[in-house]
Design a protein around this ligand. Sequence first.
Ligand code: FAD
Ligand code: MLT
Ligand code: ZN
Length: 542
Amino acid sequence: MFRATSRLHTVCQAARSTLALRPVKYAPAYKAVSLTMFNTSRLYATSGSTKVVPLTAEKYPGFNRNEQFKKLEDSDVDHFKAIVGETGLIYNNEDDLAAFNTDWMNKYRGQSQLVLKPKTTQQVADILKYCTEQSIAVVPQGGNTGLVGGSIPVFDEVVLSLQSMNSIRSFDDVSGILTADAGCILEGLDNWLNEKGYMMPLDLGAKGSCHIGGNLATNAGGLRLLRYGSLHGTVLGLEVVLPDGSILDSMSTLRKDNTGYDLKQLFIGSEGTIGVITGVSILTPRRPKAVNVALLGLNTYEDVQKAFKQSRSELSEILSAFEFWDNNALQIYKKHSDAKPLMENEYPFYVLIETSGSNKDHDDEKLTNYLENMMVDEVAQDGVVAQDETQIKNIWGVREGFTEALGKEAAVYKYDVSMPVNKINDCLEDMRQHLKDGGVFGQPDSPIIDVVGYGHVGDGNLHLNIAANRVDKRVPALIEPYLFEWVAKQNGSISAEHGLGVAKNQFLSYSKSDGMIKMMKTMKNLLDPKGVLNPYKYLPSQ
Ligand code: FAD
Ligand code: MLT
Ligand code: ZN
């Protein structure tokens, strides 16, 4: 008994000196995801090549323009001009249209000749009414940071950008309920709430550009879903314009309302296929007074799970994020950034743990105890704790930097799957072996650089990314539908948070039954009988 206690004490002391009091020594320059970064038109590959992004309609087989849709005529453009004014649209100007026709990853490219930028809900209503009457196809677009091609036209659909609808409508600083236009940028809302001691209940790497409307349309998850829950829980009301131009006003500011079908839920995650979201009422939490961020290096995925289980038990109510990445993710990040490592040694796995609470001393003590236990139990091999705001940003900067780093490779195949937490590393390992067996990975001349894993492990959400040094048609054929079959066998989902867009709509049956897909199609037909809203996406064509 005595021996054990004294041994524990010694190890704890050691852990304290190497871990809890140790600042993040090698801080990389924080790479904030800024507004300008996303708003820049990126017609050309980030690798510096001058290759133009191929047209979606040509790159992905199986797309045929629906000839029921009208091709724009001058009279249509005049009609839209009468609604939004001369400055509320971009027409026939390739340079100005480019940013709206190309996605953030330079993967999808559309051929729209017209972007409309309404300033009011009534203007959106007038636009949609006309589009339905005239059978003109429309793509709603927010910050254009989506990763599945949903915000980009496939052919000549009109782009309806919400960027000019960006006002905060009201805020109640007793209840924390915010109402705002759909085109407000997430980070802008969060900064505004910061002044009032509140925060947005979601956070993601694209916060500097994505709109709250886009977040709702994709049901974005992000980095703090673990703590604040999904938008299905925090959204209290929506204002939506339906394809026929009618305005569905459910901008409730009530936390409790059990009257009738909860229609707003239908639009959260509907990716602009049944209505255009123009306003939101959302419950915002108090901004925590004390935030801590720690990074642990671990040897096995078993240890990642142990660290997660223990964090829920020891940090419980103050745990606000639990993210993981593997060493392959770190290698890609290092390759594309001049950041120095956060730890002296490298480990197969890393976890980022964030606590948010109201009492710093209490949180520090809890976190220190937890970290000591992780070291004493040899779950973690090393760790660092941020000592100030800059170091917090530095650690988060690595986690949020993977998407951009991967985008710098010649090709990246991005997947966003969910499954039981204990299957996440099996999924990565299995994919590596599968690609080796398929002859595209593991040899010096292989196209695949690596299979990279990171994600919101606390939510069972793996971002599996396959980075390649060149485009090789064998690669996507080996991944799809193999990965979706694998995920379905674990009762997982083929999209945890990015959505379906044009990337995954044909594979929906791996996650939803025939009966559910049939019901979805019935609802789509009911609300959008001419199918003008975001066509070719979301639901399978057959
Ligand atoms: P867009 O990309 O413009 O549109 C996305 C979809 O929503 C499209 O189908 C579009 O038609 C529709 N849409 C947009 N606005 C409206 C509207 N007002 N009404 C109706 N439909 C609309 N996603 C996550 O879930 N979690 C993450 O952690 C995450 N991190 C990311 C990090 C980076 C660096 C990047 C580039 C992306 C990340 N994403 C993440 C993906 C993306 O940012 C989210 O899906 C985001 O919610 C999209 O918002 P947006 O305003 O850019 O929408
Ligand atoms: C993330 O969690 O970093 C985002 O969902 C983006 C990505 O998957 O790369
Ligand atoms: Zn994510």
